[in-house]
Ligand binder design. Structure first.
Ligand SMILES: Cc1ncc(COP(=O)(O)O)c(C=O)c1O
Ligand SMILES: N[C@@H](CCCC[NH3+])C(=O)O
Length: 423
């Protein structure tokens, strides 16, 4: 469900015409809907209302402070993967007791910051990280609450670049080594074991891999408890896919996913933690761009827009499909065209969509790219010295700019001239 709809022939974000925002702030920009964010969060939580669950939003999907605060105000905790994300979460007032720290490469300063903040838990991914966290906690005179991310060696059947639960992936502790590392951790100072964790990948549209992985994790929990370890929470990660393209296999609804979850963990008597990212924010956002040129080449038409791969890299990085349509509602039976929708960047990989049949557009028209709320703005870059674009948030009939478009002076000003080039 999302709140981007055509009304009176024009795309609206909730109750505001997207063209109005474009006229007022210029293009390109991201636009998010508060109502969709709230709705997605509520649907996910409702599916787990009958168990002890904690939802830690995987803020890597969209870490804008206003988006984060919208979800935090609804009750979300945060799954963070860097000191920067931790700071963002603390700054919007998320209770440290609802913050998990994931990731294979936590640095000393990030570990110190998380220990000092007394977060809910570190998800530890290696023996070396365990040793470092133990040492830093002892130095700080504190105990760090930890769980271990277990790699269940399950194929999530998603894009290879976003699959994380096979033993060939860099993530987690090998399933067969789990009991040994818990035994070792139990004897370390500064370490307080509190749970277990897994995350097998993203944009998963099939319940079977979840089923297999949860089954493996639940049996491991039994063995760890028999060995005397306290497993008071079980973190099942994120990964639930979202619909991007009409006609593709429909991803499972949260309640179907919840059934699989509960089948495996209901009897464990543990708090169940989730780290959803994409399913909360992907369809709560669009990217809006303006057509610069329509270029007819031999056997091909290119719609060149003012947004590019630096603003939304998913199409070229993961061959991802995002629906692209004009902001003015196409009339039934109107003229169509087949085109590649591309940006101004000097790479043939700079496209937002290829061979798309769409309503005919002309120079100056506005188009929008759907399902761009997750892994959109957060993965943007300034390649070709293109400033980071604005982000907006709509609520009812109002909108706010929640991140200004970067100015060229800000962008170029990040460079420093060494002494030998001065003058
Ligand atoms: C550790 C961890 N948790 C949660 C997520 C969120 O995944 P998704 O956005 O697919 O829900 C990710 C990203 O894949 C992740 O790496
Ligand atoms: N960036 C990826 C998802 C990565 C998930 C993070 N572990 C995407 O856009 O699909």
């Amino acid at each position: 469900m999302n709140h981007f709809e055509f009304k009176d022939g024009e795309l609206h974000a909730e109750d505001i015409a997207v063209a109005q925002i474009a006229d007022e702030i210029g293009t390109p920009f991201y636009c998010y809907s508060t109502a969709t964010l709230n709705r997605h969060y509520d649907v996910f939580c409702e599916a787990f209302s009958d168990i002890d669950a904690m939802v830690c939003y995987a803020m890597k999907a969209n870490s804008n402070q206003a988006v984060l605060k919208t979800l935090a105000d609804r009750g979300a905790g945060a799954d963070v993967v860097s000191g920067g994300e931790l700071l963002r979460a603390l700054r919007v007032g998320i209770d440290p007791k609802k913050i998990m720290f994931s990731g294979v490469g936590k640095t000393i300063s990030e570990i110190d910051m998380a220990i000092a903040s007394q977060i809910f838990c570190f998800n530890i991914e290696s023996e070396n990280e365990l040793a470092l966290i133990s040492a830093r906690a002892v130095d700080a005179g504190m105990n760090a609450h930890v769980s271990f991310r277990i790699n269940p060696d399950v194929d999530a059947r998603t894009h290879a670049k976003i699959s994380t639960g096979k033993k060939s992936d860099k993530f987690g502790i090998a399933y067969d080594r789990a009991e040994a590392i818990y035994r070792h951790a139990a004897g370390l100072p500064g370490i307080r074991i509190s749970g277990i964790d897994m995350h097998i990948g993203s944009q998963i549209i099939d319940l079977e891999p979840f089923d297999q992985a949860f089954d493996r994790l639940a049996s491991l929990v039994g063995r760890l408890r028999n060995a005397g370890h306290e497993i008071s929470h079980v973190d099942l990660g994120g990964g639930l896919g979202v619909p991007y393209k009409n006609g593709d296999a429909t991803p499972p609804e949260p309640h179907a996913y919840a059934e699989v979850v509960k089948r495996h963990v209901r009897g464990l008597g543990a708090k169940i933690v989730f780290e959803p990212g994409r399913m909360l924010v992907a369809n709560a956002g669009i990217m809006v761009a303006r057509v610069l040129y329509v270029k007819r080449a031999e056997g091909k038409t290119f719609v060149i827009v003012d947004a590019a791969m630096n603003d939304l890299i998913r199409p070229t990085l993961y061959e991802a499909w995002h629906e692209i349509q004009p902001v003015r509602e196409p009339v039934a039976g109107g003229e169509t065209m087949v085109a590649d929708i591309v940006g101004p960047i000097c790479e043939s990989g700079d496209y937002l969509g290829k061979d798309r049949t769409m309503a005919r557009v002309a120079e100056g028209d506005l188009v929008f790219v759907s399902s761009a709320g997750a892994y959109g703005a957060v993965q943007s870059s300034t390649y070709n010295t293109r400033p980071l674009i604005a982000e907006t948030l709509v609520k009812g009939g109002e909108y706010a700019v929640i991140r200004e478009r970067q100015t060229l002076d800000e962008l170029i000003g990040l460079d420093h001239m060494p002494d030998w080039l001065e003058g």
